[in-house]
Design a protein around this ligand. Sequence first.
Ligand code: ATP
Ligand code: MG
Length: 138
Amino acid sequence: MNAAGRPEGLEELPLRTGEDVVRLRKAVRDRAVALGFSLVDQTKIVTAASEVARNTVDYGGGGTMRIEVLRDGIRRGVRLTFSDEGPGIADIGKAMTDGYTTGGGLGLGLSGAKRLSNEFAITSSPGKGTVVTLARWK
Ligand SMILES: Nc1ncnc2c1ncn2[C@@H]1O[C@H](COP(=O)(O)OP(=O)(O)OP(=O)(O)O)[C@@H](O)[C@H]1O
Ligand SMILES: [Mg+2]
């Protein structure tokens, strides 16, 4: 157990402000370094995390991100779960399309985060919120 009374390797961060996104980037980077990720893989997971985190803040009305350390035999990885209770996404296929935005962005955040991850899942119910899960293995 760690200081917060959670199993070792599990951490949950609040995600409400731009400063929270900065803290989250650092937490993900630290975790990737501790797991021995290459600089390229560190940058991929931090960039993916940052995009999804900004969406959680900008569109989801804030939420949380959970970091989990993964082990599969000798393989190690990290899984990030972003949850919010915002308006949700009516058409996930559209939201995942390059260039689709409802907020005046580039519409590349979700599709980019998927390309930078080894595993990516998104579930959303309109009116209830959105959960995005991504994982990257070393
Ligand atoms: N957590 C969320 N809650 C509600 N809608 C979301 C959420 N995340 C994404 N969306 C919707 O999906 C669209 C696409 O997201 P994506 O990150 O790909 O692009 P963007 O944020 O609009 O622009 P960019 O990330 O390139 O600056 C958003 O414009 C928004 O409509
Ligand atoms: Mg975005």
